[in-house]
Design a protein around this ligand. Sequence first.
Ligand code: SAM
Ligand code: SF4
Length: 356
Amino acid sequence: MKSVYIHIPFCNDICTYCDFCKMYYNCDLANKYLISLNNEIASNYKGELIETLYIGGGTPSSLSIMQLKKLFTIINIFNLSQLKEFTFECNVDSLDYDKLKLLYDNGVNRLSVGIQTFNNDILKVLNRKHTKNDIINIYNIARSIGFNNINLDLIYGIQDIEVLNDDLNNLIKLNPEHISCYSLCINPNTKMYIDNKKQINEDLDYKMYSIIKKRLKEYNHYEISNYCKKGYESKHNLVYWNNERYYGFGLSACGYINNYRYDNTKNMNEYNKGNYIREKYIISNEENIKYEIMLNLRKKYGINKREFYDKHNINIINYNNISNLINENKLIENENNVYISERWKYKMNSILIKII
Ligand SMILES: C[S@@+](CC[C@H](N)C(=O)[O-])C[C@H]1O[C@@H](n2cnc3c(N)ncnc32)[C@H](O)[C@@H]1O
Ligand code: SF4
C-alpha cells in the first residue's frame, strides 16, 4: 500500500452539475469532521510508507487556514519519508496567497484546480463564484509561490464549440503541466438535471472530445480524460488505473486493501459516530481481473501483456473475447500492450461490456 486518498466534503457553493459527495462548508461541522477523520486514520493506518497522497473533495481549499493546519498535523501520522506526489484539490473561489503558501510550505507539490470554463456567463450558470480573471490571478500567484505541477479541470459539453475553442486558447496560454477534460455528465439530484434545461448531445460531445485532443497536441493524452506534459502523469491516479491498493479515508471515500474493496458512508452523522465503512466486499481473483482490465483500458497503453501474465498467469489475448476485439480493430495489440483503438476510446463502455 503506497497511496492515500482523503476526502474533504465541504464546498462554499454547490455547482449546478455536481453529484459528488459534498455539502456546504460550515466551520463547526468541519472542525468535528477533522476530529472524526483523525480517528478513522489513526485506527486504520498500519504504518506503511506512503508515496502518493491525494486530498480531494468536495473542495479541500474551502477549509479555513486553522483547519488546514489541523489537517496537516493529521497527515503527519503517515510515513511520508518517500512521498513522491502530494495533490491538493482546490476551487479558485476559495484560494488566496495565504492558503496557497500554506499548502506549499506543507509539502503539497501538485495543485489540482477546478476551473471548468473561462466563460464568465457559463461560470454563472454553473453557480461558480469565480471569473476568468480570478482563474488567471490565482494561477499566477500559485506559480509565483513555486508550484510547478498544476492541473486544471475543464468540463466540455457545457459550452458551444466557439467557447470551447476559447477555453482551449486560454488553457494553452496558461500552460499548466496537466489538464483534466471531463465530458459533462448530468446526474439525477443535481440542479442541472432537475431544471432540465441542458441536454447531452453525444455527437457534439464526441466532436468536442476530438477538438480537445487535436488542440492539446503538445500534451500526452495518457488517460481518457487526462492530458499531461512529459513526465507529469498523475502518479496517484495511475495507482487506481493500474489496479493497485490504496487507502481511502473520509466521507464517501473508497479504498482497496489486501483482497477487499470498501466504500465509506456518505452520511455525516454516521461518519461522526465512527461508523466509517458502509460496505466492504471481498474481491475474487476473477473480479480482480475484470477490475484490472476495466481500469487499465482507460490508459493510453492499456494492458501490459507481461505484467498481466505475471500477475494472473493468464495470457490476456486468450481472455474472453479479447482476440475477437483485436480482429475487429477495436483493440490494438503491439509487442508489449493491448489498448483501445483511438476510434473506439470514446465508446469504451461498449467494449468493456463485451470483455466483462
Ligand atoms: C472535486 S471537483 C474539483 C475541485 C473543486 N471542488 C472545484 O470544483 O473546483 C472535481 C472535478 O470534477 C469535475 N466534475 C464534477 N462534476 C462533474 C460532472 N457532472 N460532469 C463532468 N465533470 C464533473 C469538475 O471538472 C471538477 O473540477
Ligand atoms: S464541482 Fe467542486 S465546488 Fe462544485 S459542488 Fe462539486 S465538489 Fe463542490
